[in-house]
Write a protein that binds this ligand. Structure first.
Ligand SMILES: Cc1ncc(COP(=O)(O)O)c(C=O)c1O
Length: 458
């Protein structure tokens, strides 16, 4: 039981806030960690204890935790026009600037941009447009959406339905009917004896095709996926996976939504995961690093085919009946635009390409550790899988809580990491230096050593 002082921020938090992705009962007992400030890749709690954040918050603080330059842009925008909307044909220059910029850097030809405030809303919008598009082209029966087990696309009702996270469906009565999930490409864990990455990828594409055939191709409308799975554990796809999956999507005339919410803006060493894996999506959702996490903004880019169908609907119905009060909010778009300028000026892509291999090597060296089964990643994204037995790839019994134990030791060593089951996903701020990467690896090693010692002492 943690001591929580009366009237402290912790006590007031316990009395007033429901926290996302938190055990509410434990929280009533233990209270929160209060983060007071941040600078570069570090954050500080209310005692001034420093933590190196190897997760960039939630994959989003690409420029670290404080920015004078972005603060000034937000301030100036608030003084000039602190709010306006995009409804009924109104616009503002900040939004237009950002939309143009996004279209100019899109990895495949895109026609228009829709703004929202979060990754969930961008994907929710994409899912609605899937249905709208098929209604517009006279195929209203084509409504089923296929995602992947362990895929994550957000917490709104439709986005979480498209996600393959059973824990996030439980007792919410979700997923909604019409949302299906195919296998996910976790080669290390799920390949059979002697199966190559290519053979595994073929099996994944076959599983998708079988699912479509079982459901009826005439009812299957879209496939949604992250180029690299983030909340699934930082899983990079096996060789030839995307080529084979896209062939199936095309064969059955389904739309493809690339969820670039974590991959977009340099994470994989290219501006988009779509470029890294040669994807051909019809819609691309992005958020997080779009504004370096400093403003709540997301964007959905759609191609001409989707826009043409929407145009037909507007002619028929008289209106595009969808939108959010804060979509294209000028402060969010101005900050996002400045973020993209900063990326250009500092050659963010060049930086990720330089330090990314260093991170893969530094964390890759941990594969020798007795607790580690696999280290695999790309750019500034790495997944480490913990195992009970390296030879058989057997996992620890979840009841042993090995992941949370490593996390607890990491905190003690001043490191914030992100766990998904027994997998650690590393996604530090994109500005991280080689020295800081070495520090992430050293602190991770200490946390693994402490966990290993604890396991052996029981
Ligand atoms: C791939 C992906 N899509 C969508 C989302 C949802 O974004 P948000 O939390 O901004 O709604 C996330 C969040 O982590 C994500 O990782």
């Amino acid at each position: 039981m943690t001591y929580v002082a009366p009237n402290s921020v912790q006590a007031r938090d316990i009395a007033s806030i429901v926290h996302p992705q938190t055990n509410l009962d434990n929280h009533l007992r233990d209270g929160p960690v209060v983060i007071g400030s941040g600078q570069g890749c570090f954050v500080y709690d209310d005692n001034g204890t420093q933590f190196l954040d190897a997760a960039a918050g939630l994959w989003c603080a690409s420029l670290g935790y404080a920015s004078e330059r972005l603060a000034k842009v937000a301030y100036e925008q608030m003084r000039k026009l602190g709010y306006y909307h995009l409804y009924r044909g109104t616009t503002n220059e900040a939004g237009v600037d950002l939309a143009e910029k996004l279209l100019s850097i899109a990895p495949v030809p895109m026609s228009k941009v829709l703004f929202q405030c979060s990754g969930s809303e961008a994907n929710d919008t994409a899912l609605k447009l899937v249905w709208y598009y098929h209604a517009a082209i006279g195929k209203p029966e084509k409504r089923k959406v296929i995602g992947r087990r362990m895929g994550y696309h957000g917490s709104t009702s439709a986005s979480i339905s498209a996600s393959g996270k059973a824990d996030m469906h439980a007792d919410f009565g979700l997923p909604f009917p019409g949302f299906l999930h195919t296998e996910y490409p976790h080669y290390y864990r799920h390949h059979t004896e002697g199966e190559s990455e290519e053979q595994f990828a073929t099996r994944m594409a076959d599983a998708l095709e079988q699912l479509i055939l079982r459901e009826g191709p005439e009812t299957c409308a879209a496939f949604i996926a992250e180029p690299v799975m983030g909340a699934g554990g930082g899983l990079t796809p096996p060789r030839s996976y995307w080529e084979k999956m896209q062939a199936v999507i095309r064969k059955y005339d389904m739309l493809f939504i690339a969820d670039e919410v974590i991959c977009g803006f340099g994470r994989t060493g290219n501006m988009w995961g779509t470029e890294t894996y040669d994807l051909k999506p019809d819609m691309i959702s992005c958020a997080k690093a779009l504004s370096a996490g400093m403003q709540p903004i997301s964007a959905l880019m759609i191609n001409q085919r989707i826009f043409d169908a929407m145009l037909d609907e507007s002619r028929k119905l008289g209106n595009f009946a969808h939108g959010f009060t804060y979509a294209g909010h000028p402060v969010t778009t101005a900050v996002a635009m400045e973020t993209l300028r900063i990326y250009d000026e500092m050659d963010m892509l060049g930086h990720v390409r330089r330090v990314g291999p260093h991170m893969q090597r530094a964390l890759g060296a941990l594969s020798e550790h007795p607790l580690v089964g696999e280290v695999r990643g790309i750019g500034l994204l790495t997944g480490i899988e913990l195992v009970a037995d390296k030879a058989t790839r057997a996992q620890y019994d979840p009841a042993r809580k090995v992941g949370p134990t490593v996390e607890r030791h990491a905190r003690k060593h001043g490191l914030i990491m992100r766990f998904v089951g027994d997998r650690i996903a590393f996604s530090p701020p994109l500005i991280i230096t080689e020295v800081e990467i070495d520090e992430v690896a050293a602190r991770t090693r200490k946390a693994l050593d402490d966990t290993w010692a604890e396991i052996r002492s029981h």
